[in-house]
Write a protein that binds this ligand. Structure first.
Ligand code: CA
Length: 249
């Protein structure tokens, strides 16, 4: 199989096998917006990201992308530049003008230097020229998410709790703690935003894709379970505002 297989009609599992995806390298808790008007490629990207544990939304045109970026919370965006209705560079500039700081990786079929320069000048954090290897894209995605969280090392630490986003592992005083995927998402989000209050709504936005049924009460359930596993005082409740980890950080 060659590097172009992601753009062929190959099935997603075949594509991932061909691209060397091993299922253990992605942040398992992050919410990503995929903006791509080529339906086949968008579907393959979404499949690969979901199998890597990301929560994924898709937009097939620039107006939809701008809307979702303005109204939903994303940990990163993959943004195609050539889009119907509104081009990717304009979408990116409008997001940045609106003060939205989520990391953005631009995707372009045209491997032209001036598009990359325009993209970076327009506020992109990284770029990928199509066709690309899914492995490389996932690595760059992890990189921009980590840098956005102000983390230079892959592991996140808060008190006695250590979380490895790449391996989906959590330890308490060095002892592994078993978490469900939703518990892990909640914990990881709080730890990525250590020191600040995160509202229940924001957590709900983050752990469920927009197409899923949302019930904010479940966040309380996950918090309760996390406290049982990690210690009652590890996650602080800030009355009327939300939850916080590492207030002293
Ligand atoms: Ca396009």
């Amino acid at each position: 199989m060659n590097r172009n297989s992601i753009r062929s009609g190959a099935r997603s599992a075949d594509v991932q096998a061909a691209l060397g995806y091993n299922g253990s390298g992605a942040d398992p808790d992050m919410r990503v917006l995929v903006v791509e008007d080529e339906a086949l490629l968008a579907g393959q990207l979404a499949d690969a990201l979901r199998q890597g544990g990301y929560v994924v939304d898709c937009a097939a045109d620039g107006e939809r992308a701008e809307f979702l970026g303005q109204t939903e919370q994303y940990d990163a965006v993959l943004l195609d530049l050539g889009l119907p209705r509104l081009d990717g560079l304009t979408v990116l500039r409008r997001w940045r003008d609106a003060g939205l700081a989520m990391p953005v990786i631009i995707l372009t079929a045209r491997d032209s230097w001036h598009e990359k320069v325009q993209g970076i000048d327009g506020g992109a954090d990284d770029y990928m020229a199509k066709p690309f290897r899914m492995e490389e894209l996932l690595a760059r995605l992890r990189g921009v998410i980590r840098r956005a969280a102000g983390q230079v090392t892959p592991s996140l630490r808060a008190g006695a709790v250590c979380l490895d986003p790449r391996l989906s592992k959590v330890t308490l005083d060095g002892t592994p703690v078993k978490l469900t995927s939703h518990e892990f998402r909640v914990l990881s989000y709080l730890m990525h935003h250590s020191g600040r209050v995160v509202s229940q709504g924001e957590l709900t936005e983050h752990i469920y894709s927009q197409t899923f049924d949302r019930d904010s009460n479940t966040v309380e359930v996950f918090i309760a379970r996390l406290r049982r596993k990690l210690g009652a005082s590890f996650i602080e409740t800030v009355r009327g505002l939300g939850y916080r980890i590492g207030a002293d950080a």
